[in-house]
Design a protein around this ligand. Sequence first.
Ligand code: ZN
Length: 370
Amino acid sequence: MKKFFFVFACIAALFVAACNNAPAPIRLSPAPAGKPVAKPVAKPHDTISIAAVGDIMLGTAYPNKNTLPPDSAKNSFKAVLNELRNADVTFGNLEGTLLDKGSPARYKKNLAIAYFFKMPTAYVNVLKDAGFDVLSLANNHSGDFGEEGRISTAKTLDSAGINYGGLLSHPTAIFKQNGVTYGFCAFAPNASTLPILDLKNEAQVIGGLKRQVDIVIVSFHGGAEGVAYEHVPPGGESYLGQKRGDVRAFAHTAVDAGADVVFGNGPHVNRAMERYKGRLIAYSLGNFCTYKCVSVDGVCGLSSLLKVNLNKNGEFINGQIIALKQTHAGGLQRDSSNKVITRVRALTKADFPNPGLTIADDGKITVQGN
Ligand SMILES: [Zn+2]
C-alpha cells in the first residue's frame, strides 16, 4: 500500500511539475504559493514520528565489572523495543562513554562524589539494534574519561552509523531519514560540550542548522537534579555550585531560532511539557535506562518514552507518553499504573498555566482546544 502511494506521489509530482513548467522539486517542501494545485500531492510520509527518551547508561566497567549487566545489556530495552524501532527518528541522551580501556578524567577524580561511566564499546550494538538514530553527548558523563573517552565514544558511534552531537569537537549532526533531512544539536553546562548558558551562541548554532535542514531537533542537559527538582522554576538553576541553565529561556531561544522540538534531560526526574509557537518542549525525560549506578528511588525510578508526531513544518500534531519504571533488580519495565503520566500532567499544570497541550490519563498528548 505504501509503495502504491509512493508511486502515485511520484507520478503526481511529475504531473504538477510539468503543468507548472518547472523542474520536479528534489526536497519535499510545501508547494510554493502561486498557481493553484488541484489537489495536495499525496506524499509517502506526511507525518514525522520521533521517539525520545532521557538518560541511557547501560552499565559501567569502572571501577570493576560488578556494575556491568550479566546479559551484556542485550535485554536492556526489551520492554519498549517496538516503540524505539518504529519511529522515523529515535533519540536518547547517552549518559557516559563507550570505551574499553582508559582512566578517569583527573579533574573529576578530585570531586568528593563522582561516578565514572564506561560502557564496553560492544554495547553500541544494543543501541543500534534498538533503533537509536541520534544521541546527545552533551552531558556531565561524556567527559568521564577525558578526551580518550570522547574520541572512543565518537569512533564507536561512527562505526555503528549512529548520529550524535553536543560535543565542542562534534556539535551538530545532519542526517536524512525517509526523505526528510534532520539537524541535531545538544547543549549542557559541562566542559567540552556546547554551552547551555550562552544563548547567543545557541541561537547561532540552531539557526545555522535550520538553514540546511527540514527539521531541527534540540536536546539540553540542564536544570538541577533529583526528587526535589521536578518543577521547572522561573529563571536560572544552580546545583552543587554549578549554573545549570535557565531552561525556559534556553528552550524558547531554541524554538525562536528554528528548533522544531526540544528534548530536555539531566534532572533524573521527568518534568513538565509545553507547546511554544507550535513546537513541543519536554523539559526533562528523566532516567530512561540506567543500570545500577543511578538512583531509581521514588520518582527517579519513573521512566518514560515520548512519542511525538510532527507535520512537515515541524509543528506538533500529537504525542504519547509510554509509562515505564525502573528498579535495580528488574531493569526497565512497563508501568501499567501510568505513574509517570500522572506526574508529568500534574507538573505541566503546576508549572505552565497555558501549556498549549493536554495530557490524557492514557498519556495521549493533544493540542489544547483540539
Ligand atoms: Zn547527567
